[in-house]
Ligand binder design. Structure first.
Ligand code: FA5
Length: 346
């Protein structure tokens, strides 16, 4: 009996000195394994009286349970010490977050697209519009079909699309997908804007990028007219430029509006003389818009007999270029801190 107790106390002392799970398991094998010290005692029972076998057997069982419990506790302790150690090593001090962010903004400035986007959101919020968001990865229905562009429609070629391998999903080519999602989740009357990144498989130049920003706008109700559309466009431009800018409205074709218009701005880089940004025509395509096509309202679950609406899709990067006199869109996307630091800081 005393040797059983000795085994447990020796085991406890040896366990105390272990610092690795593998060493704990080795120690356990030395006590409880086939050749282990406790097993050796049990083997010796074959020569004992039935009475001795009973008491020593019971005592050995208690010792085995004790050793197993000691082992389990030690392994848990070693594993949590390991986790704590790695947590401490990779620790992030979140209390530093705000000051780091502030330092970054002071050094780099706020991105000009973010500055202008926030200003436009505020302008539209003050006129009773909501600000909506939408996913970058879309399906064909939201990007094309619901916008009156069925499969094989030539208008699909107007926007070179990045398709996923399943040929059903794509990177949205315009923020008009937000129109569709907005209509589906609202009942007229409503008005909202939806800014965001869009993607097109295009060759880049001074005014074209593959990933750029648009800001969609939509207003739907019983008596929405072209007059409303022109009023909101004019308010937007006078608030953003804080000065008279020359614009022209011309007919434009988009399957999701009828009638459709292109609102161009006199190029503020060259003053209309012609440069690489306006492709030497003196005007920059900025704000396509129009009255929402009845098929689009239907796809959005809205009765076109009772409601009509306008929609627009502002080219945000080009507006930023006009506002700050930036002569190459690729600078906006360069990620160059020397460029960013020239704009407003907090
Ligand atoms: C559209 O994307 C339509 N969804 C806009 C619309 C919405 C029309 C609602 C009517 C009603 P478009 O492909 O023309 O239209 O693009 C809109 C604007 O995005 C352009 O006027 C231009 O300012 C900008 N844009 C287009 N392609 C690029 C590009 N590759 N890089 C930078 N800006 C671009």
């Amino acid at each position: 009996m005393s040797s059983i107790q000795n085994i447990v106390s020796q085991f406890t002392a040896d366990l105390e000195k272990t610092a690795k799970v593998a060493d704990v398991l080795n120690l356990k094998a030395q006590a409880l394994g086939k050749q282990g010290s406790l097993s050796e005692i049990l083997k010796g029972l074959k020569d004992a009286t039935p009475e001795e076998r009973k008491t020593i057997g019971a005592e050995a069982n208690v010792a085995k349970n004790q050793i197993e419990e000691l082992v389990a506790n030690k392994i848990t302790a070693l594993e949590s010490a390991e986790i704590n150690k790695s947590l401490l090593k990779d620790k992030v001090d979140f209390s530093m977050r705000d000051s780091i962010l502030e330092l970054g903004l002071q050094a780099a400035g706020m991105h000009p697209v973010s500055i202008v986007q926030r200003e436009i959101e505020d302008i539209f919020l003050s006129m009773g519009f909501e600000v909506l968001d939408g996913p970058h990865i879309e399906d064909e229905w939201h990007n094309f079909e619901a916008l009156n562009i069925p499969a094989n429609h030539p208008a699909r070629d107007m926007q070179d699309t990045f398709w996923f391998a399943d040929m059903k999903h794509l990177l949205r080519t315009h923020t008009s997908t937000i129109q569709v999602r907005g209509m589906k989740t609202r009942k007229p009357p409503f008005r909202f804007v939806g800014p965001g990144k869009v993607f097109r498989c295009e060759r880049t130049d001074a005014s074209h990028e593959m990933c750029f920003h648009q800001l969609e706008g939509m207003m739907v109700g019983e008596d929405v007219t072209i007059g409303h559309l022109i009023y909101f466009m004019k308010t937007l431009l006078s608030e953003i430029f804080k000065k008279e800018v020359e614009v022209r409205l011309r007919p434009g074709f988009f399957p999701f509006v009828e009638p459709g218009f292109e609102l161009d701005i006199k190029c503020l880089i060259c003053g209309g003389k012609g440069c690489s940004v306006c492709k030497h025509v003196g005007w920059v395509e900025l704000l396509p818009c129009g009255m929402v096509h009845p098929n689009v309202l239907k796809a959005g679950g809205i009765d076109p007999e009772k409601n009509n609406g306008f929609a627009f899709g502002l080219g945000l990067d080009r507006l930023v270029m006009m506002r700050y006199g930036i002569d190459d869109i690729r600078l906006i996307h360069s990620g160059d801190l020397r460029f960013n630091s020239q704009f407003k800081t907090f």
